[in-house]
Design a protein around this ligand. Structure first.
Ligand code: ADP
Ligand code: MG
Length: 280
């Protein structure tokens, strides 16, 4: 399987008044047309990793890597034009809250049409037909009405479906979903993740699903990369999660509340200072 994404020894530092903080400290992994979960607690460097791949980090960030490639393209040295082709074209990004990504003064239909027109060949009528078809693909029941709606007129779950439709419009090779359901009710979460999973499989795309929720991610991904403090602690097939060796991974699993096994109290995740040491 040829790799869509190749990341080797990625390091990202941010300047602070007292020096640089190391947000990502030498991580490596690759991704083909498969579903990969990036999991870790808040602040572990998951979003920074996804953004580094799209070269979306602030100017001040210092990004270094042995390799940071998308489909063979060297992201660190690519031209701005090449990057525009990747962002929102070959790589779609879905974030936590669609309210911040959708334009509040433009109808849903126009936003999806414009995303389509920016990367596909055809006129306005084709774009509108494509937008309608995309809304159907993301299982919106009344696509004609939603096409005419403004973002504030749709619910959170619906907004996320619209975001997915917009990201799929250019027919991307990779979808990066960064906590795509963290702002949604639990009942809607599973539906949206199932939708993403189905669309990614049907289109043969790659998926990078970023989340703090290890059990949730393992249900929808083939493979899981576990991050802690800017490093990869462990990488394993989702089905082997119960065999996770690293204490941090086991801790993430055990700290999740479960409806099936009632517990008097949840364990707290204990951390070991040795996890912070640079890993081989
Ligand atoms: N623009 C920024 N400036 C300074 N520090 C940042 C910036 N973005 C992220 N960081 C820091 O990098 C670390 C990793 O952040 P992030 O990747 O967002 O974590 P998460 O795993 O929760 O997605 C955090 O310590 C965060 O404070
Ligand atoms: Mg994040």
């Amino acid at each position: 399987m040829s790799n869509l994404v190749e990341i080797r020894d990625l390091r990202v530092d941010f300047p602070t008044p007292t020096g640089f903080t190391q947000a990502v400290r030498g991580i490596s992994f690759s991704l083909g047309r498969e579903k990969l979960g990036i999991v870790g607690e808040s602040g572990s460097g998951k979003s920074v990793t996804g953004r580094a791949l799209m070269r979306l980090l602030p100017e001040a960030a210092r990004v270094r890597a042995g390799a940071l490639r998308f489909d063979g393209i060297d992201v660190l040295n690519a031209s701005e034009r090449q990057m525009r082709d990747l962002r929102g074209g070959r790589i779609g990004l879905i974030m936590q809250d669609p309210k911040f990504s959708l334009n509040p003064v433009m109808t849903v239909g126009r936003q999806i049409s414009e995303a389509w027109l920016a990367h596909q060949k055809g006129g306005k009528r084709e774009a509108r037909e494509a937008a309608l078809a995309l809304l159907e693909q993301v299982r919106i029941r009344d696509p004609q009405r939603v096409l005419e709606s403004y973002p504030h007129e749709v619910s959170g779950g619906m907004g996320q479906r619209v975001m997915i439709a917009m990201m799929l419009a250019p027919n991307p090779d990779l979808l990066i979903a960064d906590e795509p359901t963290s702002a949604l009710d639990a009942s809607v979460q599973a539906e949206i993740l199932k939708l993403i999973e189905d669309l990614v499989s049907a289109r043969g795309m790659g998926l990078m699903l970023i989340s703090h929720d290890l059990p949730l991610v393992s249900r929808f991904c083939d493979r899981v990369v576990v991050m802690y403090a800017g490093q990869v602690m462990e990488e394993l097939p989702a089905r082997d999660l119960h065999r996770a060796r690293h204490a941090y991974t086991r801790g993430l699993l055990e700290c999740m509340p479960s409806l099936s096994h009632k517990r008097a109290r949840l364990p707290t995740l204990s951390r070991d200072a040795s996890w912070l040491e640079p890993r081989a």
